[in-house]
Design a protein around this ligand. Structure first.
Ligand SMILES: Nc1ncnc2c1ncn2[C@@H]1O[C@H](COP(=O)(O)OP(=O)(O)OP(=O)(O)O)[C@@H](O)[C@H]1O
Length: 299
């Protein structure tokens, strides 16, 4: 269990993380979503003791990371895959980490196999690794100590589609075996597929949090019709709020059955009618962060 409670972190006058509270629970993948500069990395850095909190706390099973006797055995961390020592080979990096954690050498081989780094690749210096290979090495390092909590900042960065699928399966399996996963990303579709719980942050503040099912249920109904203007009027007359979704569709704040009935009563043909969750977390994410993202923001 990860608990972030009233966490605030300022840099001078600028508040990067502002009174943030959430939990990441065992057996669940918690997706930490937000636009660039929202405060995800800062929150994670405080959690793993790389930067101090200004106020509030960030703990793993009730203890601060700095107070864990052998943190690598309890919390696997991947924050910046490019921060690994470029002059060492992947195998050396894992070997040093295994030694520090008091783990047997065979654990290194097991991890290399798990993340599909070949023997030849593992003997290459990290400066010659692709970004995807660095991510795989970072995951191997995070899993080395067999922790039951994972803290991963944008782990899908640089992975190809097969690598993204591999990562998703690995995290799912880790959580299904009772592990806690906190995963940050701005790759919304990736998070939508893998996360059970979501925490959305914008400008350092939490703007939404809950289970994925709860947050998607709030997304309403996607309805497509060539008579969009008439449909909008009919929905409005029935007291159903709605927003435009592309040239011939609307997202209505009501369930599909009710939207269908309103359309039928108004004699409007529908070309599509379905829960808006297929329209994706993206719409929700953009709505929730509309006043906190850079594009179109008024300075
Ligand atoms: N050491 C620092 N000094 C000053 N400002 C900082 C420092 N670290 C982070 N910030 C600022 O805090 C804000 C939050 O940054 P953070 O890296 O946590 O965002 P993020 O959500 O992880 O973004 P991204 O998705 O782009 O990685 C940004 O405006 C950033 O410039």
């Amino acid at each position: 269990m990860i608990t972030i409670d009233g966490l605030t972190r300022r840099y001078g006058d600028f508040t990067a993380v502002d009174d943030v509270s959430f939990t990441a629970r065992p057996g669940r993948v918690t997706g930490f979503l937000g636009p660039n500069g929202a405060g995800k990395s800062t929150t994670m850095r405080v959690l793993v003791g790389l930067t101090p909190a200004g106020a509030g706390t960030a703990t793993v099973r009730g203890r601060r990371y700095a107070d864990l006797p052998n943190p690598g055995r309890e919390v696997g961390v991947l924050l910046d895959a490019s921060a690994q020592h470029a002059g060492r080979t992947g195998r050396e990096i894992l070997g040093v980490a295994a030694h520090t954690m008091g783990l047997p050498k065979r654990r290194v081989e097991e991890m290399l196999e798990l993340v599909s780094l070949s023997p030849a690749e593992s003997r290459r210096r990290v400066r010659h690794y692709s970004l995807g290979m660095r991510q795989r090495l970072g995951i191997a390092t995070a899993l080395l100590g067999d922790p039951d909590v994972l803290v991963l900042d944008e782990p899908a960065n640089g992975l190809d589609p097969a690598g993204i699928r591999w990562m998703r399966d690995l995290l799912r399996d880790f959580a299904d075996r009772g592990g806690t996963v906190l995963l940050s990303s701005h790759l919304l579709h990736e998070i939508e597929v893998v996360a059970d719980d979501l925490v959305v942050i914008g400008h350092g503040r939490i703007v939404a949090r809950g289970t994925k099912a709860e947050l998607l249920a709030a997304a309403g109904t996607l309805v497509r019709s060539t008579a969009r203007a008439e449909l909008a009027r009919a929905l409005g007359a029935s007291g159903i709020t709605h927003t435009d979704h592309g040239p011939d569709a609307l997202r209505a704040d009501a369930d599909p059955g009710l939207v269908g009935e309103v359309a039928l009563a108004a004699g409007i043909a529908l070309h599509e009618l379905r829960p808006a969750d297929g329209a994706g977390l993206e719409e929700m994410f953009l709505e929730l962060t509309a006043d906190t993202q850079r594009e179109g923001a008024v300075a």
